[in-house]
Design a protein around this ligand. Structure first.
Ligand code: PLP
Length: 377
């Protein structure tokens, strides 16, 4: 039992289950490169890096040099692909820590080449092709020319070619996925006809890893699914019908820090947004928007206490939330309360919270304050 007032428990077993489930989907000839950026989608970078390093994972995708340093400090020596932008000054240091870089333009390649030349290093890069997301990456029409130019640079070597899908998780929209996929495969054929091939070809995020085996090539980059969540309800339903089961791995917990009964017609919280209509038993929870409990859940969301749902009443404050526990017996100070996850027979999923906030489970999870202690069990 922890002494913390608010903490997060991560099930290592469930993450390992999800790794195996994805591994089964991709088969033995494809490398698994989970994304553990964004503090491992809120699950804690250091802890998750160690868990995946003990699982059947081949590579790790991260966003930044800072994340690279953290995982190397943990003794995790798996190959790493930095999929975010890297500052010029950190390129050589990242290459020295044996990271490969996802690059988005010839200018990126030139900068990496120059920086690595200064340190007598050679960087490995993966060129991102913009097949339709219109975000980062080289336009397909410029790809051949860009690759030829990069091949002419010193201290840099193209190790991979990749793209990113905009709609792979939208079950009702296969059309745009196919367009992007065809752009990539057409380009790969053109490159092949010119004698150009890269060691790694990758395109699949969680949606494509789950739905489109043809898009796996020889490396996949799933993020959210590693932690046990599906990108949306439709793909969850689709996957469950196909027998693909993922197990959510995060539980956000706090402890009841106060109990009282307030009379009818009492205001609760800042702005008096809620007025009691009866004598109301409340529990005070030492968690607030500072921790990532979004104010949008005020007067709307729930906490679990004694295995029952207790409605959040009044505005969520920075560090405090009040819940209505009328009718829930035997609540004591120090009792555990769950804001995301299971307690007894009840569950508050990240998806439920996301639905209440009009956002996606990705945001709910990654918003959880980095400083909340995380325990891997
Ligand atoms: C380039 C890239 N690849 C893979 C992923 C993983 O996506 P998901 O979490 O949907 O699996 C992301 C996520 O943002 C990404 O930016």
């Amino acid at each position: 039992m922890t002494n913390d007032l608010t903490w997060i428990e991560i099930s290592s077993k469930n993450i390992k289950h999800n790794v195996s489930a994805l591994r089964n989907l991709i088969g033995g000839n494809c490398l698994l490169a989970p994304c553990i950026k964004g503090n491992a989608y809120g699950h804690g970078l250091e802890g998750v890096a160690k868990i995946v390093a003990e699982s059947q994972v081949d590579w790790i995708c991260i966003d930044s040099f800072t994340e690279l340093q953290i995982i190397r400090d943990q003794g995790v020596n798996l190959p790493v692909l930095i999929i975010g932008t890297i500052q010029k000054e950190l390129i050589a240091a990242a290459a020295a820590l044996n990271a490969s870089f996802l690059i988005f333009s010839l200018d990126d390649a030139k900068q990496i080449s120059e920086q690595c030349a200064l340190e007598h290093q050679t960087a490995k890069v993966h060129l991102k092709i913009d097949t339709g997301m219109s975000r980062r990456g080289v336009m397909p029409s410029k790809a051949l020319e860009t690759i030829r130019s990069i091949n002419g640079l010193k201290n840099i070597e193209i190790e991979g070619i990749g793209t990113h899908f905009a709609t792979s998780e939208y079950v009702g929209n296969t059309h745009f996925f196919k367009e992007q996929f065809n752009v990539l495969t057409d380009l790969l054929s053109t490159l092949k006809s010119q004698g150009i091939c890269a060691k790694y070809i990758h395109s699949s995020n969680s949606g494509a890893t789950i739905r489109y085996p043809g898009s796996h090539f020889n490396l996949v980059r799933p993020g959210l699914s590693i932690y046990g969540y599906f990108p949306n309800k439709e793909i969850k339903k689709w996957s469950n019908q196909k027998g693909i089961q993922l197990k959510p791995s995060l539980t956000l917990k706090t402890r009841v820090s106060g109990l009282k009964t307030i009379p009818e017609s009492c205001c609760v919280g800042y702005g008096c947004t809620m007025k009691t209509r009866r004598d109301t038993d409340v529990a005070i929870l030492p968690i607030g928007y500072y921790d990532g409990l979004d104010r949008g859940l005020s007067n709307y969301g729930y906490a679990l206490i004694s295995g029952r749902r207790a409605k959040i009443i009044g505005q969520i404050s920075m560090n405090v939330t009040v819940v209505d526990i009328t009718g829930i017996d035997d609540v004591s100070i120090g009792d555990e309360s769950v804001l995301i996850g299971c307690q007894g027979e009840e569950e508050i999923t990240a998806e439920e919270v996301a639905g209440q906030l009009g956002t996606i489970n990705y945001e709910v999870l990654t918003r959880l304050r980095e400083g909340i202690p995380r325990y891997y069990i």
